[in-house]
Design a protein around this ligand. Structure first.
Ligand code: SF4
Ligand code: SF4
Length: 415
């Protein structure tokens, strides 16, 4: 049994953490990880049981302070009052009066509005490792922000209760949480949550922030004014122009590669592959930090030749220093009938990554495995030791391996 392998290692005490600690991590991760969003105990508390119904256009009050116009550069009015939206790669055609595919945009009188403004349903501190991001200030926390809505329809979405709903369907944390308030919350979160260290990163995650692009942009700009760092965790299903506009305000990107065929993207996620690849190229070309999770879904995208092709593409097109996280799938939403990804599959993918030259491969969603640690690509020393999203030990100084002084790719901080 896959998990048993893991538990056995903990019982052996090989990694030096207690069974209780392991159990806590396991329950934390057990519910986990649809890939642009990560597991959320918050969902268990707040959203489980809430019904994700489509809000009809008539239910949205155009005068609500949470409904604001979208900049005209991201859409065009066509065919009288119909609209073509250019934020994400769907390029929706939206007749007058309709709510869009992402649940967060509406067409009123030939103008595009977002309904996700200032009303997040997630606003909470969580480890940065949860992204998953392993080369961006390891061991720190970020304030995670999300609103309801998503442009994709991933059949395994772990956060479907909020991703497949409008901001009017889910219980939000407030309807006046503008960028200034979110930034203030980030700067004071350590007091509120009694954390030992201040939080200086805001991460857009849990749902796909492209669906709340306007709100994300306003928060990211305010964060930069306040010298905070920002992270975007996303499916990368975004138009190049919208991505390029937000690039200056985001420090690190965690973009999921969900599969490697249009058939997979179409059948499992309701999207296409090429815009995702293009978005990744843009981020790397701009010199921004990128990490890539790949969720291995049994029977769908876990063929090892396919894994090799995906991995080879990453190395050849994006470089061998882009960390790749091969993540364990857990049955959820419309894929409850499948088994979780076998550990053997994850280990084989990890091995393939090594063979293909990925300097920093990882296995994700498998707490306690050695492949969740960061090893120096030069001398092999353990740079960061982890238990799931928890950092147990850091062995770098000023971004360099303590042992051989090699610069470790990423934005690691002082250590
Ligand atoms: S952001 Fe929403 S409205 Fe715009 S193209 Fe994407 S799904 Fe359609
Ligand atoms: S449906 Fe959206 S939030 Fe859910 S896994 Fe897919 S991209 Fe992420």
């Amino acid at each position: 049994m896959a998990g048993g392998e893991n538990v056995a290692r903990v019982r052996d005490g090989k990694n030096g953490y207690s069974r209780r600690e392991f159990a806590r991590e396991l329950s934390r991760w057990g519910a986990a990880l649809g890939m642009c969003s990560v597991m959320s105990s918050v969902l268990g508390r707040r959203a489980e049981g809430q019904v994700a119904t489509m809000t009809t256009a008539k239910e949205v009050d155009i005068n609500s302070p949470n409904v604001v116009p979208v900049k005209a550069k991201y859409y065009k009015t066509v065919d009288e009052k119909a609209i073509r939206c250019f934020i994400c790669a769907r390029n929706c055609y939206l007749p007058e009066g309709k709510t869009c595919h992402c649940y967060t945009h509406i067409n009123r009188d030939g103008k595009l509005y977002t309904t996700a403004w200032n009303n997040p349903c997630i606003l909470q501190p969580d480890p940065i490792e949860q992204g998953p991001l392993h080369h961006f200030y390891p061991g720190t926390r970020a304030l995670y922000v999300a609103t309801a809505g998503c442009m994709l329809r991933c059949l395994y979405c772990q956060n479907w209760q909020i991703s497949q709903a409008t901001p009017f369907d889910v219980r939000v944390l407030g309807t006046d949480l503008d960028a200034k308030k979110v930034v203030h919350l980030c700067k004071t979160a350590h007091e509120k949550y009694q954390l030992s260290e201040p939080i200086d990163t805001i991460a857009f995650s849990y749902t796909d922030p492209i669906a709340f692009y306007e709100y994300m942009t306003s928060i990211a700009k305010e964060a930069k004014k306040n010298k905070l760092k920002t992270v975007m965790v996303s499916s990368a299903y975004i138009r190049p122009s919208a991505l390029k506009d937000i690039l200056p305000y985001i420090d690190a990107f965690c973009f999921t590669l969900k599969g490697f065929t249009n058939e997979f993207y179409d059948k499992v996620c309701g999207a296409t592959l090429e815009p995702v690849q293009e978005a990744m190229r843009i981020v790397v070309k701009a010199g921004k930090w990128l990490e890539i999770p790949i969720l291995l879904v049994p029977g769908y995208n876990d063929d090892m030749e396919l894994v090799r092709a995906m991995t080879r593409w990453i190395v050849q097109e994006l470089g061998d220093t882009v960390p790749v996280h091969y993540a364990r799938f857990f049955p959820k939403y419309k894929m409850r009938h499948l088994q979780q990804t076998p550990v053997k599959t994850l280990k084989m993918a990890y091995q393939i990554a090594k063979e293909e030259g990925v300097k920093y491969p990882y296995i994700a969603n498998l707490p306690g495995c050695d492949e969740g640690n960061t090893y120096c690509h030069n001398c092999g020393a353990t740079i960061v030791r982890r238990l799931g999203v928890k950092v147990l030990e850091i062995n770098f100084k000023n971004g360099r391996c303590k042992k051989c002084k090699t610069k470790i790719p990423g934005i690691l901080g002082k250590g």
